[in-house]
Design a protein around this ligand. Sequence first.
Ligand code: CLR
Length: 263
Amino acid sequence: SGSEMGFRPFDPESLFFSYQTSLHIEELSASIVRSHRETTQYRPEELQALRWKVFSREEIHAYQSKSVDEMWQHCAVRLTDAVQYVVEFAKRIPGFRQLGQNDQIALLKSGSMEVVLVRMSRMFNTENNTVFFDGKFAGTELFKSLACGDLIAALFEFAHNLCALRLTEQQMAVFTALVLLNADRPCLEDRERVQRVRRDVELALSHILHRDNQESLLHKLYQRVPVLKSLCALHIEKLRWFRQLYPLTVHSHFPPLYKELFG
Ligand code: CLR
């Protein structure tokens, strides 16, 4: 037979199969990239044009003079806005809506904040370590009145390091889809189903990294996943601390979605 003679037998069936597969993966990447583009508040060109907008001394001072609970509430509202866009992104990932309702919620509960933090790196300027917040670029000192400097420093450091990888929008889109489709999340009812949707997104990520000739990024991206997890745990810990001090602020002034996801 052909294989005994050292070459593969020509098999039109299997050629057809691999053609179908790569077409499907190609379409999946394109679809995820489109969903990402439609659900990020700012396009890269817009962000580039806004880079010169930084807060003045006076404006920074005004944020620093806010009370702890006022600043927390303000940031919780901004963060919830960002989360809402991530929820919209998730819904547009092929296969996500087909998961059970409870599993969709479980994935968003643990994954939406992680995606916000990955997205933070697109809104980050490494030249002066500032992030786009409330219409201008802000450094860590602007968040002083939150009284959680360690969390803020860690979030900025994460954004800075992720920025250094210089991900394209396509790479970020597929990576964030992968962050959401994590079959190890607590409380999943049908892990196998999540794993199946994830498998194709993993292929999509390998595919675009291969195409971009940047396969070494795969390992670097997977390395960030446990860091994301610990940052989110720290955020929850800070929220618990804050809630103990200001239970009424959280109860009556925090966005319901924020409480539902993190509370
Ligand atoms: C992330 C990328 C999103 C847009 C966006 C909105 C809100 C921003 C967030 C980004 C980055 C982190 C951010 C947040 C508002 C407050 C939060 C600046 C840019 C800081 C780090 C404070 C966190 C405070 C918690 C303890 C509540 O597309």
